[in-house]
Design a protein around this ligand. Sequence first.
Ligand SMILES: Cc1ncc(COP(=O)(O)O)c(C=O)c1O
Length: 362
Amino acid sequence: MSWPTWLPIRAELSDLIPYGAPQITGVTALNTNENPFKVPTAVVEKMLAALPQVLENLNRYPDRDALELRGKLAEYITKSTGSSFLAKNIWAANGSNEILQTLMLACGGRGALGFLPSYSVHPLIAKATGTKWISGERLRDFELDLASALKQISDAKPGLTFITTPNNPTGTCTSINDIEVLAEATLAINGLLIVDEAYQEFSDEVSAVSLISKYPNVVVVRTMSKAFAFAGARVGYAVADEAMISAVLVTRLPYHLSSATQALALTALASSDLLLAEVDALISERNRVASELEKLGFRVIPSSANFLLFSGFSSDAHQTWKALVEKGVLIRDVGLPGYLRVTIGLPVENEQFLAAIAAHRP
Ligand SMILES: Cc1ncc(COP(=O)(O)O)c(C=O)c1O
């Protein structure tokens, strides 16, 4: 991008373009790992009932510390993982992206390391917050090589080490035993281990929240955008040691989470069973779509998330992606040569995808 000379954009940002997957209307959107199930009517009704009180009080700022919401998120994590947390262990924000930004602003001084390929927004937020980004490596099959990861940590000594599990865009999981080894290694260099668990509810692996009492440097980042089918509301949260939450309070903007967001999220959490009801259906659809792709001859990376990374098309990945868009199916070209990523949709959407991709079988 060439900027006008009068526009004093920071030099290190001048070559960046805004992040974002294409938002195209009138296609089957399987490109941003959303949950395809709509918010159930019973939950919509509860949200509508909560709104009048929120609306008439919009003259006031929201609860700056979102204490009630943080308490309910703590209850959800305690109930779903068996590790006990209170509101003081939770921070909530407008999506987990905002959590990541607040963390980098607070603790990014010694740089951030991540093992690629992984969530491409991590290096982007690093750049935007002036945090030095260190691109770490994974094995060719996208698994983490623990010995190499430990060496990368001890060589770079970053303030922040990112591990995304299940990983985006690969869907692969890092075992809790390996995460514990990383927690120990990052503690030894006085660094944080940021475990991005955006897709945790789709996986069988134990959550890294179980490590926080032993390793106070572990910060688990979660979201309501995926399993909760609540992406439009923008609610993400961190689970961490109390001292860590106090640190992110320093870099959060005052009143960042609107009263409407807090009220909607509270209602959603009160109906979490209903909102999470389709997670099992998505997992079995994921497994079905993976096996259908394999039957077509594609190679599918084992996934513990609500998406699949696959390879083996007859033409190049970007050409294949374009051909699918022309057939009305929008998947994601994640920039990994030879691979595309598809989000698991409703069965009828998955059928559309399978029919369209069949023309590109190896
Ligand atoms: C690994 C990972 N982390 C975080 C996010 C951000 O989610 P949100 O800001 O909607 O909470 C995403 C979104 O796709 C993701 O894939």
